[in-house]
Design a protein around this ligand. Sequence first.
Ligand code: NAP
Length: 242
Amino acid sequence: MVCASSKGLGFGCADALAAEGVNLVVNARSAGPLGEAAEQLRRHGVEAREVVGSVTDPSVRAALLDAAPQVDILVTNAGGPPPGDFRDWDEDAWLGALRQNMLTAVELIRATVDDMASRGFGRVVNITSGSVKAPIANLGLSNGARSGLTGFVAGVARQPQLASANVTLNNLLPGKFATDRIRETAGVAPGEELPVPEGIPAGRYGDPAEFGAACAYLCSEQASYITGQNLLLDGGAYPGTF
Ligand code: NAP
């Protein structure tokens, strides 16, 4: 199950998993782009079931769970919260961000990991953000909500009944990837070249396919001994040793 996956990082993950032969349930709010994405995924010879709707909606999550006969791999994702000044955010703004970037993932984890454990295999990968490691000043809603998810996952991943049953939970932290979201925030039209980013030693934006490859690795049998980790993919932008 790959949430929010018609485009960008979610699609990168779905595509890399499909290339490894994983059958998929994919999701997005807009049916058209989701249908096109699913069509592309099926070219890998796998099944790709589509569930249209916001993953923040409990009935859509129920439909996602219904669409998957069993969930061996869960990739959580949703849109990012808006930027702004914390002085302008009331409790509703916070509850919206928490629902989108923390509680939706928590609910899907709650619904799937014990069944994974009973089958002796499970992988959860949460798409969070580099902002968990290095906060971004105007993205307070993201910094806060995603850090909440990160703390929750850190605890759950270390539950012996999950870790000893080959169920791993990890987070992928994107730096700057060339997706529609980055284009929108940079004011660059689809198809137009993005300007060379500053402050990234790699000298370029990440490619969603690179992000997907990391996701596929964490979901592999080979990654069974990696759990509770936060993997930053940022072309060297974060300046710390750890
Ligand atoms: P994107 O290119 O805009 O793609 C977002 C995808 O998620 C689309 O398929 C979109 O389809 C779907 N989606 C959004 N909200 C949804 C919802 N509530 N329910 C179901 N599907 C939903 O964005 P992205 O760059 O891949 O970003 C993915 C996540 O990573 C976001 O949370 C973003 O904040 C975070 N992130 C991205 C970067 C980066 O460099 N790109 C960096 C740090 C963090 P619909 O619009 O049709 O629903």
